[in-house]
Design a protein around this ligand. Structure first.
Ligand SMILES: [Fe+2]
Length: 273
Protein backbone atom coordinates (compact mmCIF):
# COMPACT_ATOMS: atom_id res chain seq x y z
CA UNK A 1 0.00 0.00 0.00
CA UNK A 2 1.09 3.55 -0.61
CA UNK A 3 0.94 4.25 3.12
CA UNK A 4 3.83 1.88 3.68
CA UNK A 5 5.84 3.50 0.92
CA UNK A 6 5.26 6.88 2.52
CA UNK A 7 6.27 5.58 5.92
CA UNK A 8 9.43 4.21 4.37
CA UNK A 9 10.32 7.64 3.06
CA UNK A 10 9.89 9.18 6.48
CA UNK A 11 11.85 6.38 8.13
CA UNK A 12 14.76 6.71 5.74
CA UNK A 13 14.86 10.47 6.15
CA UNK A 14 14.78 10.00 9.91
CA UNK A 15 17.74 7.64 9.91
CA UNK A 16 19.70 9.87 7.56
CA UNK A 17 19.22 12.79 9.92
CA UNK A 18 19.86 10.93 13.14
CA UNK A 19 21.47 13.07 15.84
CA UNK A 20 24.70 11.06 15.59
CA UNK A 21 25.77 13.17 12.62
CA UNK A 22 25.12 16.54 14.23
CA UNK A 23 24.90 16.10 18.00
CA UNK A 24 28.40 17.56 18.38
CA UNK A 25 27.13 21.04 17.51
CA UNK A 26 25.80 22.90 20.56
CA UNK A 27 22.87 25.28 20.05
CA UNK A 28 24.15 28.68 18.93
CA UNK A 29 23.34 31.90 20.76
CA UNK A 30 20.25 33.12 18.92
CA UNK A 31 20.82 36.87 19.38
CA UNK A 32 24.45 36.72 18.36
CA UNK A 33 23.72 34.51 15.36
CA UNK A 34 20.92 36.79 14.12
CA UNK A 35 23.04 39.92 14.61
CA UNK A 36 25.92 38.36 12.67
CA UNK A 37 23.65 38.30 9.63
CA UNK A 38 21.43 41.36 10.00
CA UNK A 39 24.40 43.72 10.41
CA UNK A 40 25.50 42.74 6.89
CA UNK A 41 22.16 43.79 5.35
CA UNK A 42 21.08 47.17 4.04
CA UNK A 43 18.02 47.14 6.26
CA UNK A 44 16.80 50.55 5.12
CA UNK A 45 16.67 49.34 1.53
CA UNK A 46 15.00 46.07 2.56
CA UNK A 47 12.43 48.05 4.49
CA UNK A 48 11.64 50.03 1.34
CA UNK A 49 11.36 46.78 -0.64
CA UNK A 50 9.00 45.43 2.02
CA UNK A 51 6.75 48.50 1.75
CA UNK A 52 6.88 48.55 -2.08
CA UNK A 53 5.77 44.91 -2.12
CA UNK A 54 2.76 45.65 0.08
CA UNK A 55 4.33 44.18 3.24
CA UNK A 56 6.24 41.26 1.73
CA UNK A 57 9.93 40.37 1.58
CA UNK A 58 11.87 37.32 0.39
CA UNK A 59 15.54 36.76 1.18
CA UNK A 60 17.18 33.67 -0.22
CA UNK A 61 19.98 33.65 2.36
CA UNK A 62 19.04 34.94 5.81
CA UNK A 63 19.97 32.60 8.66
CA UNK A 64 23.50 32.05 9.92
CA UNK A 65 24.67 28.58 8.81
CA UNK A 66 24.90 27.31 12.41
CA UNK A 67 21.27 28.30 12.99
CA UNK A 68 20.12 26.53 9.84
CA UNK A 69 22.06 23.42 10.91
CA UNK A 70 20.39 23.49 14.33
CA UNK A 71 16.93 23.85 12.78
CA UNK A 72 17.55 20.98 10.37
CA UNK A 73 18.63 18.78 13.27
CA UNK A 74 15.49 19.70 15.23
CA UNK A 75 13.18 19.23 12.25
CA UNK A 76 14.49 15.73 11.64
CA UNK A 77 14.47 14.90 15.35
CA UNK A 78 10.78 15.87 15.64
CA UNK A 79 9.49 13.66 12.80
CA UNK A 80 7.81 11.31 15.28
CA UNK A 81 5.92 14.27 16.80
CA UNK A 82 4.31 15.43 13.56
CA UNK A 83 0.54 15.81 13.64
CA UNK A 84 -0.92 14.98 10.20
CA UNK A 85 -3.96 16.82 8.84
CA UNK A 86 -6.08 16.51 5.75
CA UNK A 87 -8.73 19.01 4.71
CA UNK A 88 -10.09 17.89 1.32
CA UNK A 89 -9.47 20.49 -1.35
CA UNK A 90 -7.47 22.80 0.87
CA UNK A 91 -4.68 21.30 2.90
CA UNK A 92 -2.69 18.17 3.50
CA UNK A 93 0.46 18.01 5.59
CA UNK A 94 1.94 17.80 9.04
CA UNK A 95 2.82 20.20 11.81
CA UNK A 96 4.54 20.39 15.16
CA UNK A 97 3.16 23.04 17.50
CA UNK A 98 4.96 25.35 19.90
CA UNK A 99 4.02 23.17 22.85
CA UNK A 100 6.02 20.27 21.44
CA UNK A 101 8.83 22.60 20.36
CA UNK A 102 9.04 23.99 23.92
CA UNK A 103 9.57 20.48 25.24
CA UNK A 104 11.91 19.10 22.61
CA UNK A 105 13.51 21.94 20.64
CA UNK A 106 13.92 24.93 22.99
CA UNK A 107 16.42 26.66 20.68
CA UNK A 108 13.52 27.41 18.30
CA UNK A 109 11.66 29.16 21.12
CA UNK A 110 14.81 31.13 21.92
CA UNK A 111 15.17 32.18 18.28
CA UNK A 112 11.51 33.22 18.20
CA UNK A 113 12.05 35.55 21.18
CA UNK A 114 15.41 36.86 20.00
CA UNK A 115 15.47 40.62 20.61
CA UNK A 116 17.83 41.00 17.65
CA UNK A 117 15.38 39.22 15.37
CA UNK A 118 12.32 41.09 16.61
CA UNK A 119 14.16 44.42 16.46
CA UNK A 120 15.20 43.80 12.87
CA UNK A 121 11.66 42.77 11.85
CA UNK A 122 10.39 45.96 13.47
CA UNK A 123 12.75 47.96 11.29
CA UNK A 124 11.47 46.13 8.21
CA UNK A 125 7.80 46.51 9.01
CA UNK A 126 7.83 49.86 10.81
CA UNK A 127 5.57 48.29 13.44
CA UNK A 128 6.19 47.56 17.11
CA UNK A 129 6.01 43.78 17.31
CA UNK A 130 5.12 41.45 20.15
CA UNK A 131 5.36 37.72 20.52
CA UNK A 132 2.04 35.88 20.31
CA UNK A 133 0.25 34.85 23.51
CA UNK A 134 1.30 31.61 25.21
CA UNK A 135 -1.83 29.72 24.11
CA UNK A 136 -1.41 30.45 20.39
CA UNK A 137 -0.02 27.27 18.77
CA UNK A 138 0.99 29.26 15.63
CA UNK A 139 3.41 31.46 17.60
CA UNK A 140 6.11 29.14 16.36
CA UNK A 141 5.48 25.90 14.52
CA UNK A 142 7.14 23.55 12.07
CA UNK A 143 5.27 22.52 8.93
CA UNK A 144 6.07 19.23 7.22
CA UNK A 145 5.43 18.28 3.60
CA UNK A 146 6.56 14.66 3.53
CA UNK A 147 3.98 12.80 1.46
CA UNK A 148 3.00 13.12 -2.17
CA UNK A 149 0.27 15.74 -2.47
CA UNK A 150 1.08 17.59 0.77
CA UNK A 151 0.21 21.22 0.16
CA UNK A 152 -1.85 24.15 1.36
CA UNK A 153 -4.26 25.99 -0.93
CA UNK A 154 -4.62 29.74 -1.47
CA UNK A 155 -5.20 31.61 1.77
CA UNK A 156 -4.27 34.59 3.92
CA UNK A 157 -2.73 34.24 7.39
CA UNK A 158 -5.75 36.07 8.75
CA UNK A 159 -5.29 37.93 12.01
CA UNK A 160 -7.86 37.09 14.65
CA UNK A 161 -6.11 39.55 16.93
CA UNK A 162 -7.11 43.16 17.36
CA UNK A 163 -3.88 44.19 15.63
CA UNK A 164 -1.84 43.04 12.65
CA UNK A 165 -0.35 39.56 12.42
CA UNK A 166 3.00 39.10 10.72
CA UNK A 167 4.35 35.78 9.48
CA UNK A 168 8.05 35.00 9.32
CA UNK A 169 8.67 31.87 7.29
CA UNK A 170 12.10 30.25 7.48
CA UNK A 171 13.25 27.53 5.11
CA UNK A 172 14.61 24.49 7.00
CA UNK A 173 14.65 21.46 4.69
CA UNK A 174 13.86 21.58 1.00
CA UNK A 175 14.25 18.34 -0.86
CA UNK A 176 11.07 19.04 -2.77
CA UNK A 177 9.47 20.71 -5.76
CA UNK A 178 7.12 22.71 -3.48
CA UNK A 179 6.86 26.40 -4.19
CA UNK A 180 5.43 29.31 -2.30
CA UNK A 181 3.16 30.99 -4.84
CA UNK A 182 1.90 34.41 -3.84
CA UNK A 183 0.03 37.46 -5.04
CA UNK A 184 0.96 40.96 -3.92
CA UNK A 185 -1.40 43.96 -3.67
CA UNK A 186 -4.60 41.88 -3.63
CA UNK A 187 -6.04 44.14 -0.91
CA UNK A 188 -5.12 47.31 -2.76
CA UNK A 189 -7.59 48.23 -5.50
CA UNK A 190 -5.24 50.92 -6.89
CA UNK A 191 -2.40 48.50 -7.73
CA UNK A 192 -2.76 45.48 -10.06
CA UNK A 193 -2.23 42.10 -8.41
CA UNK A 194 1.34 40.95 -8.85
CA UNK A 195 1.95 37.20 -8.84
CA UNK A 196 5.22 35.63 -7.73
CA UNK A 197 6.68 32.27 -6.80
CA UNK A 198 9.72 31.21 -4.77
CA UNK A 199 11.29 27.99 -3.63
CA UNK A 200 12.66 28.70 -0.17
CA UNK A 201 16.06 27.08 0.46
CA UNK A 202 17.26 26.19 3.96
CA UNK A 203 18.10 29.46 5.71
CA UNK A 204 15.87 31.52 3.40
CA UNK A 205 13.29 33.98 4.73
CA UNK A 206 9.84 35.21 3.79
CA UNK A 207 8.28 37.95 5.92
CA UNK A 208 4.80 39.34 5.35
CA UNK A 209 1.63 40.84 6.78
CA UNK A 210 -0.71 37.84 6.98
CA UNK A 211 -3.81 39.79 5.99
CA UNK A 212 -2.20 41.19 2.84
CA UNK A 213 -0.40 38.28 1.19
CA UNK A 214 -2.48 35.75 -0.67
CA UNK A 215 -0.36 32.61 -0.84
CA UNK A 216 -0.21 28.84 -1.14
CA UNK A 217 2.30 25.99 -1.05
CA UNK A 218 2.15 23.79 -4.16
CA UNK A 219 1.85 19.98 -3.73
CA UNK A 220 4.89 17.88 -2.89
CA UNK A 221 5.81 15.05 -5.25
CA UNK A 222 6.60 11.46 -4.30
CA UNK A 223 9.66 10.89 -2.09
CA UNK A 224 10.02 14.58 -1.37
CA UNK A 225 10.47 16.39 1.91
CA UNK A 226 10.03 20.01 2.85
CA UNK A 227 10.03 21.51 6.33
CA UNK A 228 9.49 25.17 7.09
CA UNK A 229 9.46 27.04 10.37
CA UNK A 230 7.00 29.87 10.90
CA UNK A 231 7.04 32.55 13.54
CA UNK A 232 4.03 34.75 14.18
CA UNK A 233 4.30 38.25 15.63
CA UNK A 234 1.45 40.59 16.44
CA UNK A 235 0.99 44.31 17.01
CA UNK A 236 -1.80 43.84 19.57
CA UNK A 237 -2.18 40.44 21.27
CA UNK A 238 -5.75 41.06 22.41
CA UNK A 239 -8.40 38.84 20.88
CA UNK A 240 -12.19 39.00 21.25
CA UNK A 241 -13.55 35.76 22.78
CA UNK A 242 -15.62 34.76 19.72
CA UNK A 243 -12.61 35.25 17.46
CA UNK A 244 -10.57 33.12 19.88
CA UNK A 245 -13.15 30.36 19.54
CA UNK A 246 -13.06 30.45 15.72
CA UNK A 247 -9.27 30.55 15.73
CA UNK A 248 -9.00 27.59 18.13
CA UNK A 249 -11.43 25.47 16.14
CA UNK A 250 -9.56 26.20 12.91
CA UNK A 251 -6.23 25.30 14.50
CA UNK A 252 -7.60 22.09 16.00
CA UNK A 253 -9.10 20.88 12.73
CA UNK A 254 -6.58 22.18 10.21
CA UNK A 255 -3.27 22.07 12.04
CA UNK A 256 -2.41 20.72 15.44
CA UNK A 257 -5.29 18.53 16.69
CA UNK A 258 -7.66 19.19 19.58
CA UNK A 259 -5.33 17.88 22.27
CA UNK A 260 -2.58 20.42 21.45
CA UNK A 261 -4.87 23.39 20.89
CA UNK A 262 -7.11 22.95 23.91
CA UNK A 263 -4.34 21.74 26.23
CA UNK A 264 -3.57 25.26 27.44
CA UNK A 265 -7.24 26.01 27.89
CA UNK A 266 -7.83 22.86 29.93
CA UNK A 267 -4.76 23.62 32.03
CA UNK A 268 -6.02 27.12 32.63
CA UNK A 269 -9.46 25.78 33.54
CA UNK A 270 -7.89 23.47 36.08
CA UNK A 271 -5.81 26.30 37.53
CA UNK A 272 -8.98 28.28 38.03
CA UNK A 273 -10.91 25.36 39.53
FE1 LIG B 1 0.02 30.78 5.35
Amino acid sequence: MSTHAEDDVIASVSIEGSPASSSAAPAPNADRAVASRTRTFDTRRLSRDFADQDAFLYLEDFLAPEVTAQLVQSARGLLDEVNRNYLPGHKQGGSVSRHTIDRLAPFIAELYRSKELIGWLEQLSGDKLQVSPADDPHAYALYYYTRAGDHIGWHYDTSYYDGRRYTLLLGVIDESSCRLDYELHTRNADVPDQPGSVQIPPGGLVFFDGDKLRHRITPAGANEMRVSLTFEYVTDPNMRPWRRFISNMKDAIAYFGFRQVFRQMTKRGKDHA
